[in-house]
Design a protein around this ligand. Structure first.
Ligand code: LLP
Length: 418
């Protein structure tokens, strides 16, 4: 997290004090570092350069248009999974031909819109989806570039809820069924079958599952070619893990090496869809202590951010580091549990952490919150959606303001009988 540092004992994002942002924006808020986003993109881009691979940022990880635009300025494409994400990617300036549309449940409206915009590729996950795209494209007199997303039956060795490449998961087409379906797809009108796609899971900290899945994919490409099919594109999905606490995820170079060894010789255009890798450690969630509540069992630090602002700890038992705005070298003996104000026992941000003696109004930052943070937020308990701030050098900009209560209330409609 080297873009979030202490200066004279206070936490900074790049050249801007976190306390200064909190004064302007209020808490809680997400804070992202432009340099961190750029550095992550560049490190992956450099590693993949010899493979001439396309990076299509998985927008789901953080879909703020300012974040997408920062990556688009480096040349990134986008991987989207809904019309909303497609609109965001286009609005942020990503050329349509650099956009891949993934997901198991694309609707007719979404497919129609994506075809109108002439996106680069549909990653298709079932026969009914192939038929629907074929139908719509034919009626429009258009040709949809499609890749079949394969389910390689690989255990990604990650959290149960973010594993996507096992036979039991809803994703992809069973690898055994793919050759037959690929053949059918090549004969369907309105489709141009360009290749294969895969995505086995998220937050992978070992290269082994990647290697295994890519090897299976490579064999499949050869099988298809032997049957006379053309395979020009291979999309390897996302999944590259990051360091949250003490993980040692693969480096971009070692990831690229595995791609080179498994796919490199196939003479195909390679795409990857990283999400978390690009944005997780470029963001923090800043919140303010409301109360310290000491009980016989716990020392609760009750802060103004909660599970509605950041659901990863509750949903995946995810662990995130904490930084205090004021630099203190020593924690107090009694560990703290950091919790939010939401009325659920599961509203825990950090289960156990040694922190200094905090008091009301102190600021803390939850680290590695740039991915799957703001995008998974809700307004549960009628809490206001969390604002987002982007820092660049000495400047910061509010890239999503906090809505007002009157705006939130005005979204409801009272039926005439009440
Ligand atoms: N491509 C596809 C088709 C995906 O489904 C995903 C993520 C990605 C790419 C990007 O994966 P990444 O590089 O970020 O690992 N909310 C969860 C993560 C869900 C990931 C869903 N799919 C979390 O907070 O851990």
């Amino acid at each position: 997290m080297k873009y979030f540092n202490y200066r004279n004992g206070h936490l900074f994002a790049e050249e801007v004090g976190i306390a200064q942002i909190a004064d302007r924006v209020g808490t809680p808020f997400f804070c992202y570092s432009s340099s961190a986003l750029e550095k992550q993109y560049d490190s992956l881009n450099t590693a993949l350069h010899p493979l001439n691979a396309n990076i299509c940022y998985a927008v789901k990880a953080n879909s703020n248009q300012a974040v997408i635009k920062t990556l688009a300025a480096r040349g990134s494409g986008a991987d989207v999974v809904s019309k909303g994400e497609l609109l965001r990617a286009l609005a942020a300036g990503i050329p349509a031909h650099q956009i891949v549309f993934s997901g198991v449940g694309k609707t007719a409206e979404e497919i129609h819109f994506a075809l109108t915009e002439r996106i680069g590729q549909f990653n298709v996950e079932s026969l009914p989806e192939l038929e629907l795209i074929s139908n719509i494209a034919s009626k429009m007199g258009s040709v949809a570039p499609v890749a079949l997303r394969v389910n390689p039956d690989v255990d990604a060795e990650t959290h149960e809820k973010i594993s996507t490449g096992r036979k039991t998961d809803k994703f992809g087409i069973d690898i055994e069924d793919t050759p037959e379906l690929y053949g059918r797809a090549t004969k369907m009108s309105g489709l141009k079958t360009v290749g294969l796609a895969i995505h086995i899971g998220s937050q992978l900290t070992s290269l082994k599952p990647f290697r295994y899945a890519f090897e299976r994919l490579s064999k499949l490409v050869q099988v298809l070619r032997t049957s006379g099919h053309s395979v020009t594109h291979v999309d390897l999905g996302g999944g590259l893990g990051v360091n949250y606490i003490d993980e040692t995820p693969p480096t971009p170079m070692s990831y690229a090496k595995v791609i080179n060894e498994t796919i490199g010789g196939l003479d195909v255009e390679i795409t990857v869809e990283p999400g978390r890798f690009l944005v997780a450690n470029a963001g923090i969630l800043v919140s303010k202590v409301i109360f310290i509540k000491e009980t016989a069992v716990h020392r609760f630090v009750i802060v103004d951010a909660a599970m509605n602002d950041f659901i990863r700890p509750t949903l995946y038992d995810a662990e995130h580091c904490i930084l205090c705005e004021k630099e203190v070298s020593q924690g107090v003996a009694r560990p703290a549990q950091i919790v939010g104000p939401v009325c659920e026992t599961g509203d825990i941000l950090v289960r156990e952490v040694h922190l200094p003696n905090l008091t009301s109004h102190d600021l803390i930052a939850l680290c590695s919150a740039g991915a799957y943070g703001a995008v998974m937020g809700s307004s549960y308990n009628t809490r206001l959606p969390t604002p987002e701030v982007l820092v660049k050098d000495q400047e910061f900009s509010i890239i999503r303001p906090r809505p007002t209560y009157s705006h939130i209330l005005s979204l409801d409609r009272i039926p005439s009988w009440l």
